[in-house]
Ligand binder design. Structure first.
Ligand SMILES: O=P(O)(O)OC[C@@H](O)[C@@H](O)c1c[nH]c2ccccc12
Length: 261
């Protein structure tokens, strides 16, 4: 079993438990359910730099990235840096995140927030909304075309943006549909952890222009972005490069200033 299969299996058990503890009617009563969401896709279309900055404490590929920071400081720092949106890992077991992290980020900034999660059930979309997300991630590698359709349409009905993540041509072909806003190419293979920017370059021509193109993972310098922009990418998801420093907000500020020079 590869790591992605393991994560997905654990996630199914976790979601089944959560469903028993917190009924959907309770999620729907969250004050955040009434909140007007902010569109990340729109922000990216209007931005020069297109940075989506991530809060990530650890990952299966890197173990600990940063265990000392607090989400509030990171969210405020990213907002001050002028990023287009913030991604918050909410998986606990493999990434050290939580829905509480999402809630804290929501209370700390007004950036569009992406719930970075392994979504396998509509219930998680209600959670995303109830804890203040604006955007959800759907990972093509763990979903069927029917699930992608069902989850993305449900997300749209909740006024959430949808970022669909692919890693190869096959995943891309099965996923193209009008209920998606952004197509993300993950430069990291979630099954082997190999990282290559070539993945973004190769898949770029196959992505229809109606979607905002996002390149994800393994971006550690300005040169990578300059290299990817000619391929039509308007969004760049960066985690470790900022999170490994003592002050992710300051790192993002420096990065964006250089990029917009
Ligand atoms: O830390 P990096 O290499 O900058 O990567 C960020 C982000 O792309 C990565 O965390 C990610 C992309 N897709 C995911 C799916 C699940 C968990 C994590 C991810």
């Amino acid at each position: 079993m590869n790591i992605l299969d393991k994560i997905t299996l654990d996630k199914r058990n976790e979601v089944a438990l959560r469903k028993q503890l917190i009924p959907t009617s309770q999620l729907e009563q969250s004050v955040l359910f009434e909140r007007q969401t902010v569109s990340l896709a729109k922000n990216l279309r209007n931005s020069k730099s297109g940075i989506i900055a991530e809060h990530k404490r650890r990952s299966p590929s890197k173990s600990v990235i940063n265990n000392t920071l607090n989400v509030q400081d990171v969210a405020k720092g990213y907002e001050n840096a002028g990023v287009c949106g913030m991604s918050v890992l909410t998986d606990g077991k493999y990434f050290g995140g939580s829905l509480d992290d999402l809630l804290t980020a929501r209370a700390s900034c007004s950036l569009p927030l992406l719930r970075k999660e392994f979504i396998i059930d509509e219930y998680q979309l209600l959670e995303a909304k109830a804890y203040g997300a604006d955007v959800i991630l759907l990972i093509a590698a763990i979903l069927t075309r029917d699930e992608i359709k069902q989850f993305s349409e449900f997300a749209k009905s909740l006024h959430l943006d949808v970022l669909l993540e692919v890693h190869n041509e096959e995943e891309l072909h099965k996923s193209i549909m009008p209920s998606l806003d952004m197509l993300g190419v993950n430069n990291r293979n979630l099954k082997t952890f190999d990282v290559s920017l070539e993945t973004s370059k190769t898949l770029s021509t196959l992505i229809p222009n109606d979607f905002v193109k996002v390149s994800e993972s393994g971006i550690s310098n300005i040169e990578a972005i300059k290299e990817l922009q000619p391929y039509g990418y308007q969004g760049f998801l960066i985690g470790e490069n900022f999170m490994k420093t003592d002050n992710p907000g300051a790192s993002a500020t420096e990065f964006i200033n250089k990029l917009e020079e």
